[in-house]
Design a protein around this ligand. Structure first.
Ligand SMILES: Nc1ncnc2c1ncn2[C@@H]1O[C@H](COP(=O)(O)OP(=O)(O)OP(=O)(O)O)[C@@H](O)[C@H]1O
Ligand SMILES: [Mg+2]
Length: 317
């Protein structure tokens, strides 16, 4: 992909992390997760995921290795990814700025938008198609002696390939793309390829040890666990304000586990598990966002320094 690093440098120089749309380089926010800001620069067809967590080049180079390897592994086992690349540079203050880059795909083709615009039957089919993509990962894990791959199966991480917003039906042969490759979680001979502590870099340093003790291992582990990734996918329908779909999605997932994924020997999912999971997960991210807001306030109002991260507005959970 052709990346204009000078433009990115200019963007960093004038970036206002509280109001990223107000910088000198006009951008459009495409989405944000709990950690990264995803945006496009007007006039380009590129999605930039800004991840400002690296201290030095050794760290960023290891991460780029893991990122490329993760993308390649996913493609090898049959997932469809948008074209991808990375860029990093040192800004004027000598801080490393890192971006995961992807070809931009239509916003309305992303799963968490689509589910609000299609019938219940189609939502179920979309979730089934996502489960089939996920199964490719765990089929691979079952037979690989070297690698173990994790995946974040939330519906916002899948997009419908060649989506036509005028004629938008989900069918058996609809193809999904997987978007969320910026956290390359995989293990080589049991060893984590990326530094998982990086996930905590956007938390204030005085609380990192606490978050690490409380949540980190469990948060990382759950992305390796097929059953928990399915629970996460379904529980997310609470956040998407579609809780009434959850019972039928549980039935769908259990039928899938029995008929299409029996070799994984996973026990059926129960409604109570989804709710409990949703509550504890919402809680964890909520605590995380609150301490980050406090940290931002200290940075900007007390220390009068630039706060490096963009924090999404309050997320309805
Ligand atoms: N290539 C892309 N083109 C258009 N929009 C995208 C693209 N990639 C991501 N997005 C939008 O940004 C959202 C977040 O992206 P993604 O899932 O990759 O990161 P994330 O969830 O923020 O990851 P993390 O939480 O690990 O930081 C997506 O749900 C989607 O709406
Ligand atoms: Mg995501």
């Amino acid at each position: 992909m052709k990346i204009d690093i000078e433009l990115l440098k200019k963007f960093e120089q004038t970036l206002d992390t509280v109001h990223p749309e107000r910088g000198k380089i006009p951008i459009e926010i495409l989405g944000y997760g709990e950690i990264s800001l995803v945006f496009s620069i007007k006039g380009q067809n590129i999605a930039y995921k800004r991840i400002p967590i690296f201290d030095d080049e050794i760290q960023v180079k290891r991460h780029i290795w893991a990122y490329n390897m993760y993308n390649q592994l996913l493609q090898k086992i049959g997932l469809i990814l948008p074209e991808y690349d990375v860029a990093f540079f040192k800004d004027k203050q000598g801080k490393i700025q890192f971006y995961c880059i992807q070809e931009m795909i239509a916003v309305e083709s992303v799963g968490n938008i689509i589910i609000h615009n299609i019938s219940v039957e189609e939502v179920k089919l979309l979730v089934l198609l996502a489960l089939r993509e996920m199964k490719k990962v765990w089929d691979f894990n079952l037979q690989s002696k070297t690698f173990e791959i994790a995946l974040d199966g939330q519906i916002s991480n899948f997009a419908v390939l060649n989506y036509d917003s005028q004629n938008s039906t989900i069918e058996e042969n609809t193809k999904l793309q997987y978007l969320d490759t910026s956290t390359p979680l995989f293990r080589v001979n049991g060893k984590e390829a990326m530094e998982p502590e990086l996930l905590l870099k956007s938390a204030p340093s005085f609380l990192r040890w606490l978050l690490k003790t409380l949540f980190l291992q469990d948060t990382v582990d759950r992305y390796y666990d097929f059953r928990r990734v399915i629970i996460d996918l379904i529980a997310n329908f609470y956040k998407e304000q579609l809780p009434h779909l959850i019972p039928s999605l549980i039935d769908l997932a259990n039928q899938f586990l029995q008929e299409e994924a029996s070799e994984h020997k996973l026990s059926p999912i129960e409604g109570g598990e989804i709710y409990e999971y949703y509550k504890s997960d919402a809680n964890m991210w909520d605590i995380f966002q609150r301490v980050r807001k406090l940290d931002r306030w200290i940075h900007t109002k007390i220390l009068r320094k630039k706060y490096p991260f963009y924090l999404p507005a309050d997320i309805q959970r």
